[in-house]
Design a protein around this ligand. Structure first.
Ligand SMILES: [Mn+2]
Length: 424
């Protein structure tokens, strides 16, 4: 199914007047409204190929119908999202769940729909059918060199696929670790992973980046060999200038100060990318901004401050991606909510009065510092998000349009009620 700009313009019609009033009012209060709209229009968030169907838990899975079962259909779903919000023009592929059989054709199919290929993701946390060695006791950390080599070769294969598709980065997330004390020699595990990553790193094309993603627990519950940002940062530093740390919001112990991590990684020029989601307890993979919107804002506040300090391009210099799972919602509606939450936090961070905040910090005026941050956070910036979408030909209210045009019903008609997305 494809949506046209005309479909969307018709849906916008009813709301144009009210939106115009809201945007004008906002602009009369905030002189930088126009500049923020321009920045929002440039900001794009990649959608992972595994987030387009209903996920599940180890207790069960409840598919919603009309899920994309082929890569082409996944790309079509992302194009639907992007036609609605004009802010998600990239797909992040997972190998082997989404091996492009004919990369050339897939690449031009995606380009026709205005979709490009973001970071590639490898998988050494599962055994695939026909695989020679098992990853039960880890992949790059494994005691057996043959297993390590198999994992290295897989990552290099993922880079090759990415090259053919026009991607320019690989995200390595390892589930390597241990479930019980004594199971693992931490130093040996660390150095095995390091030498594996070095081999993968040396296979990177010149303009590529490698992202090292960390996670404190699950599926291993005693230790994880890339367990936190310190360990990831160690690897990234030892690997070289093309290696970076990737922050996944769900990959922290409860109440971790993620914004401080972001600030320091930016200072060291070692923050490479971001996986957005939200969580209440652990790696819950909930809709972005659904549980802790203030934390998301504080993270964006540090992102904007830190990227500006390094003269980085907000839209291009970090890899922005959603990494969520949808158990009870329509995945496409959930993704629309997530992208909107990201744009809202970004816009609020752009509203922060940096000069006044700096002065307040210098004067140790704690109350004023908090007032400045919270006044940005409590500003309703939705007219700016809607204006950015409208100017780019998108919907003023993407979810309303998704429902009004009965997109899910159409997808079920096309693909069937029992179609199941490959992946998680
Ligand atoms: Mn992730």
């Amino acid at each position: 199914m494809r949506l046209t700009t005309t479909d969307i313009l018709e849906c916008n019609e009813d709301q144009l007047k009210q939106h115009g009033r809201a945007f004008d009012f906002f602009s009369s209060l905030h002189l930088n409204a126009e500049a923020i709209v321009e920045k929002i229009m440039l900001f794009q968030v990649a959608i992972p190929s595994w987030a387009l169907g209903n996920g599940g838990t180890r207790f069960g899975r409840f598919p919603g119908g009309g899920e994309p079962s082929r890569l082409e259909q996944k790309i079509e779903d992302i194009a639907l999202l992007n036609t609605l919000n004009r802010s998600s023009n990239a797909i992040s592929l997972h190998i082997p769940w989404d091996i492009p059989e004919r990369p050339d054709e897939i690449k031009s199919f995606a380009a026709e729909l205005g979709i490009r290929f973001d970071a590639m993701n490898s998988n050494t946390f599962q055994d695939q059918p026909g695989q020679e060695f098992s990853y039960k006791y880890g992949s790059l950390q494994h005691t057996d060199k043959a297993v390590r080599n198999q994992a290295i070769e897989h990552n290099i294969e993922v880079i090759r696929y990415g090259q053919e598709l026009g991607s320019d980065s690989i995200t390595v997330w390892l589930s390597d670790g241990s479930c019980f004390p004594g199971q693992l020699n931490f130093r040996k595990a660390f150095s095995n992973v390091l030498s594996g990553l070095k081999e993968i790193y040396s296979a990177l094309p010149p303009d590529w980046k490698m992202f090292v993603e960390y996670k404190p627990y699950e599926p291993n519950f005693y230790s994880t060999t890339v367990g936190d940002w310190g360990q990831s940062f160690l690897y990234a530093n030892k690997l070289g200038p093309k290696a970076y740390t990737l922050v996944d919001l769900g990959h922290h112990l409860p109440n971790t100060n993620i914004e401080q991590i972001v600030s320091l990684l930016l200072m060291e020029r070692k923050l490479g990318g971001f996986h957005f989601n939200d969580s209440k307890y652990g790696d819950d993979d909930l809709t972005v901004g659904s549980i802790k919107p203030y934390q998301l804002f504080l993270i964006f506040n540090e992102l904007v401050e830190g990227m500006d300090a390094q003269k980085m391009d907000h839209a291009k210099d970090l890899a922005w991606m959603i990494d969520a799972s949808h158990n009870v919602k329509d995945p496409l509606e959930d993704l629309l909510q997530s992208v909107e939450a990201i744009l809202i936090s970004y816009a609020q961070a752009l509203l922060v009065d940096r000069r006044s905040l700096d002065e307040a910090q210098q004067e140790n005026d704690v109350v004023r510092s908090q007032e400045i941050l919270q006044s940005a956070f409590r500003t309703d910036v939705r007219p700016l998000i809607a204006e950015a979408s409208l100017r780019a030909g998108g919907a003023l209210k993407p979810i309303d349009v998704f429902r009004k045009l009965k997109v899910r019903e159409q997808l079920i008609k096309e693909r069937g009620r029992v179609s199941v997305a490959s992946g998680l």
